[in-house]
Design a protein around this ligand. Structure first.
Ligand SMILES: [Fe+2]
Length: 503
């Protein structure tokens, strides 16, 4: 298995056509020699097949001193010119011309000097073009990386489920590296989340993905390591495990407690996977692992907050033994209704919290009113009806709970405007408050009260149907009625924290 961490150093190549071009333009056959003394690149037709002794010495001297060498003797002018790239002599060009007469050597020197200048000018242009192309390529890669990270940054929010984040990351990665598939493998990343996420078309059954990822991860040791395999079918182990997988580039994702996942690009027709692809995958992997870790911490904080809210709410429920567990039952019922109504995950989360806290204002209601078994007097009823407003006031200033304050305030409003505290009608009542309202009424009917035992389920259903459009929202009522309410009651009875009240 190839384990690649760096690109090989670039070597200098004589531009194609340079020697024949010089011969055509100047009539001089120029030959290029590498540091090993061997001819490099294309050799013009009239070039020397082997170096004569004089030229050999000139070439050696040019490499050694880095300076032009010219010698005129016995009817020849011979020259060797070092070719420098970034302060380093990478080649020596050599040529000789026959001369005669008194002016011959001088003309020969001038001719070779002109040829040297032409060769250097050509190489300089070529080098500039190559550098320009390299810079363009680097810029393009940087642009792709920045663009990928920018897109990821826009959607990677800790409040989003891990699976959604990974799907987006895989899609972006697949498009950027032009792979047939991009996959994320995250063993036990989050409770209930799938182990693998795939964008594109896998060349093998999806069920095999975890085993293949585990096998590839074995080749990626150390945090900085990546795996690039461009000839998978030549590896007997991989060929057996993943028929159809031709190329793969994989980067580990470091998770908490030493666990490792992986992000990989699979198959690409156009070209082999290389370092630029690995860099893009690594950037995505780094961002993804940070978000996953933040998401884990976020969930822990969220759990802590919910535990605190539950314990606060249970102390309020405890003021009235007949409503013990009421708030959590309302929260659970409201959440089920919201899920049934296909509300967004964020609202489902909000409604659970709103259900828990809907009666928080009862903290200010005297116990003798809450516990009173008979009918409330007018003054007592006036005080009791203040609890939504008190709750709304208690939650003021808590940023995390700002979105549910109006739900707490309006959970006793009715569609026909006969509710309290504001007498809002229809759509004036926030949707989540309408849902908590019906969950509240459902729990009141299905709990034991001081003045009556819990009502039969058939009666409860009829009562909900009867009150649709007056007390209850149509959609919320239909969603509640479509739930298995008997099963819900059974679940409540089995949970010690939400037991069905005294009675
Ligand atoms: Fe209430």
């Amino acid at each position: 298995m190839d384990v690649t961490q760096a690109t090989p150093a670039a070597t200098f190549e004589v531009p194609s056509g340079l020697a024949p071009d010089m011969l055509r333009r100047t009539g001089v056959a120029v030959t290029f020699y590498g540091p090993d003394g061997q001819a490099a690149g294309e050799v013009a037709a009239q070039a020397l097949e082997t170096l004569n002794e004089t030229l050999r010495q000139l070439v050696g001297e040019a490499f050694k001193t880095g300076e032009d060498q010219v010698v005129a003797s016995a009817g020849w002018v011979r020259a060797a010119w070092p070719i420098r790239v970034r302060s380093r002599t990478v080649l020596v060009a050599a040529a000789e011309v026959p001369v005669s007469g008194e002016q011959g050597p001088d003309l020969g020197r001038r001719l070779l000097a002109a040829v040297a200048e032409a060769v250097r000018a050509h190489l300089c242009t070529t080098e500039a073009r190559t550098e320009c192309e390299a810079v363009s390529e680097t810029l393009l890669q940087s642009f792709e990386e920045i663009s990928l990270l920018h897109h990821l940054g826009e959607v990677l929010r800790v409040s989003r489920p891990v699976t959604e984040l990974l799907k987006y990351a895989c899609n972006e990665l697949r498009e950027t590296v032009d792979a047939e598939a991009a996959v994320a493998f995250l063993p036990e990343a989050e409770e209930g989340a799938p182990e693998t996420v795939v964008a594109g078309q896998l060349p093998f059954p999806a069920a095999d993905l975890p085993r293949i990822m585990m096998q590839l991860l074995e080749g990626a040791s150390g945090e900085a390591c990546i795996v690039i395999h461009n000839y998978c079918q030549q590896d007997p182990a991989l060929a057996g495990l993943a028929p159809g997988m031709k190329r793969v580039a994989l980067v580990p994702i470091e998770l908490s407690e030493g666990r490792r996942g992986a992000l990989a690009a699979i198959n690409r027709e156009a070209e082999e996977f290389g370092s630029p692809d690995a860099k893009l995958i690594r950037s995505t992997s780094n961002v993804t692992s940070i978000v996953i870790e933040n998401r884990r911490l976020y969930r822990e904080l969220q759990e802590l907050m919910l535990d605190l809210v539950r314990s606060l709410v249970s102390s309020i429920d405890a003021k009235d033994p007949y409503t013990c567990g009421h708030s959590e039952r309302v929260a659970i019922t409201a959440r089920r209704v919201a899920i049934q109504m296909r509300l967004p995950a964020e609202q489902v989360e909000q409604i659970y919290l709103a259900g828990l806290l809907h009666d928080i204002g009862k903290i200010g209601t005297p116990e003798q009113i809450l516990r009173k078994e008979g009918k409330l007097e007018a003054e007592e009823w006036r005080i009791m009806k203040q609890h939504p407003t008190v709750g709304h006031r208690i939650l003021a200033g808590i940023r995390k709970l700002e979105s549910i304050r109006d739900v707490v305030l309006s959970h006793h409003e009715r569609l026909d405007g006969k509710g309290y505290p504001a007498g809002l009608k229809g759509d004036e009542i926030p949707l989540l408050a309408r849902i908590v309202g019906i969950a509240d009424a459902f729990d009141a009917m299905t709990s034991n009260r001081p003045y009556r035992p819990m009502l039969p389920m058939e009666y409860v259903k009829k009562e909900i149907e009867r009150c649709i459009g007056t007390q209850f929202d149509v959609r919320a009522a239909e969603a509640l009625l479509s739930l298995d309410m008997t099963q819900l009651m059974k679940e409540f009875a089995e949970r010690p924290t939400v037991g069905l009240g005294a009675g």
